[in-house]
Design a protein around this ligand. Structure first.
Ligand code: DAK
Length: 269
């Protein structure tokens, strides 16, 4: 069977706390601890790391979707029952490890999209922020309630949230700990779209089809231009775009894409 049409399901590491479904080059990862509203503990972080080991070496990968098991939660945060016992050095190690895993997710050379199907709080919101964009079901609830627990966001929230929604809105959410519904999250730019929960699967299928049709190295290069460029002054970011744009003409995708247009046929990437 051709890899591009293959569908595989397998359990992730660590007793299935992360499930894996692959269809036509698009992998869906599901955080699977529904009884704890998919809260992130060390096992989930290590299972995500193991999944990333596979994703980073998958030459046919076209996209990654992340969601939570059940209908109630995407991820309701880091696991409070575990964090409760942590010392400062243990908290440092936990946050460092989780941040490294989220950075690898963010840097995958394919679009990574959060399908937010319910509570998306604390570390869950930080997981969604490490994705390139997020779509939410209309029952989704977002927030960074860490200050209500005597801590601050530790999985990148103080840095990625202001980059996503601006510093004033980020400070509102982070210092009050207030929760916002999907419509408010949409207005502030935290999510790209809101839809009924039952529509998330259709969205995922359509997205997978769209991602699979496009030139994969061009998609990865565009993602790199955006991420790397956002961290630089405009002049050097524009110079980066120029270099990456030129690089597209050194590969075979540009030749195929433009030949297909001129020959009035679909491109074969
Ligand atoms: N951790 C552990 N268990 C959780 C959980 C969580 N974050 N959220 C929910 N659960 C568990 C509940 O304890 C409950 O378990 P049982 O009692 O049934 O055993 C089960 O999930 C169902 O939850 P509820 O019964 O509470 O369900 P409700 O519908 O009544 O309420 C809720 C849903 C999402 C509003 C509520 O569960 C809630 O407020 N959950 C906590 C949300 C929250 O505060 N999240 C942020 C966590 S703090 C750092 C690393 C990371 C972070 C910071 C620093 N360093 C290491 C420096 C990040 C921190 C966070 O994410």
């Amino acid at each position: 069977m051709n890899a591009k049409t293959e569908t595989t399901d397998h359990k992730g590491a660590a007793d299935s706390v992360v499930e894996w479904h692959r269809h036509e080059g698009v992998v869906r990862l599901t955080v699977n601890r529904p009884k704890a509203l998919n809260a992130l503990n060390e096992e989930v972080i290590e299972a995500l790391s193991a999944a990333l080991d596979a994703l980073e070496s998958d030459a046919e990968l076209r996209g990654v979707l992340i969601t939570g098991a059940g209908e109630k939660a995407f991820v309701a945060g880091a696991d409070i029952t575990r964090m409760r016992e942590q010392t400062a050095p243990q908290a440092h190690a936990f946050a460092s490890r989780a941040q490294a895993v989220l950075k690898r997710l963010e840097r995958l050379p394919v679009p990574v999209v959060a399908l937010v199907n319910g509570f998306c709080l604390g570390g869950g919101c930080e997981l969604a922020l490490a994705c390139d964009w997020a779509v939410a079901s209309d029952n989704a609830v977002f927030g960074q309630p860490e200050v209500q627990l005597g801590i601050i966001p530790g999985f990148g929230g103080t840095q990625r949230l202001p980059r996503r929604v601006g510093p004033a809105m980020a400070l509102d959410l982070i210092t009050t700990g207030r929760k916002v519904d999907a419509d408010e999250a949409l207005r502030m730019g935290l999510v790209n779209q809101v839809m009924p929960q039952a529509a998330l699967d259709t969205y995922a299928e359509t997205l997978a089809g769209n991602l699979s049709a496009n030139a994969p190295r061009a998609v990865g290069t565009a993602k790199r231009a955006v991420h790397d460029g956002m961290e630089q002054p405009l002049d050097s970011a524009l110079a980066l775009e120029t270099s990456l744009f030129a690089l597209c003409f050194a590969g075979d995708e540009q030749a195929e894409g433009m030949a297909a247009f001129v020959e009035k046929r679909p491109a074969r990437f």
